[in-house]
Design a protein around this ligand. Structure first.
Ligand SMILES: [Zn+2]
Length: 301
């Protein structure tokens, strides 16, 4: 890492099979990873290609975090798809490397005491944001019964990382995964900072128009370089609508490493080289890698 140009990875996970991830999830994750490896030319994290392909233990996470100055790390609590990472696992790891790591919580909005759980994560465990994934957790992000949770996040200054896009588990509920379903939350809680992961794939166009009009909603480029054609189109769309400055660098480790994602971004124009089709400039690429995080995380700038 160059000293003058620090980078931030705003989306990484800790979780491993079988402690936090059920067998069906691990099987389906492996099948999905093999396809990503094929179309990305191997630019996915591939410590193992078995039920442990999505394992992210602290040692592995720490090793691949080397290029980043700051790394946001969280688990996921989603009984519906067989994933449950205790927030204590995140807090324990962050305590070992407080200069680099920032831990965020995950609570399941279906749990009646989810707000108390979140307060515990903030006050007792020192976690500083919230990870939500309606497709994994089986909740409707437009249901007003969840508004108190979002209000709590806004009051406590906790940003939310949303998985609002498609995913692989057969038990996921895609009809709660559309980026535009976050519009009412963004409008009712204008001070709530949110990141919608993965450019909202494969609803990148909806994601782009959402973040264009919602000042505090951003996105990240994790887990999208595996599909080079979609990725290039999504990036052109973001550029043409003027939202490239709201794209944050992220790996979604163990899906990929930050190095994989930077390589993917540097290769974004490869498919269209030698044509008249639009290209993503090196300047935009550099801003995504080195600059855009400063708006979302001014405390680290
Ligand atoms: Zn993720």
């Amino acid at each position: 890492m160059s000293e003058e140009r620090p980078i931030v990875d705003c989306h990484t996970h800790l979780m491993w099979y079988p402690d936090h991830v059920g067998e069906q999830y691990a099987q389906e994750a492996l099948a999905s990873k093999l396809i990503k490896m094929k179309y990305s030319g191997g630019e996915a994290y591939s410590a193992q290609l078995d039920l442990h392909s999505y394992d992210a233990k602290p040692e592995a996470h720490w090793k691949v975090s080397e290029p980043a100055a700051k790394v946001v790390v969280f688990g996921l609590q989603a009984k519906a798809v067989g994933v449950w990472v205790p927030n204590e696992v995140i807090a324990d790891y962050v305590r070992q490397h407080p200069e680099k790591l920032e831990g965020w919580a995950s609570v399941d909005p279906n749990e009646p005491d989810c707000i108390e759980q979140l307060e515990h994560c903030v006050k007792e465990l020192g976690l500083k944001g919230l990870k939500l994934g309606p497709v994994y957790q089986h909740f409707d992000p437009q249901d007003r019964k969840h508004w108190p949770l979002f209000k709590k996040c806004q009051d406590l200054g906790l940003p939310i990382m949303w998985h609002q896009g498609t995913t692989f588990p057969s038990r996921a509920r895609l009809n709660w995964g559309l980026p535009l379903q976050l519009e009412d939350i963004a409008m009712d809680f204008p001070d709530l900072k949110m990141i919608v992961a993965h450019l909202g794939h494969p609803w990148e166009e909806d994601l782009v128009v959402l973040i264009r009009k919602c000042p505090n909603v951003y996105t990240d480029i994790s887990a999208v370089h595996y599909r080079p054609w979609r990725y290039w189109q999504a990036m052109v769309t973001a550029m043409e609508y003027g939202v490239a400055h709201k794209i944050l660098l992220a790996s979604d480790f163990p899906s990929a490493t930050i190095t994989n994602v930077i390589n993917g971004l540097r290769n974004v124009n490869k498919l269209v080289e030698g044509t008249h089709l639009p290209q993503i400039s090196v300047e935009i690429q550099d801003r995504i890698i080195y600059e855009n995080w400063k708006d979302f995380f001014p405390q680290w700038a």
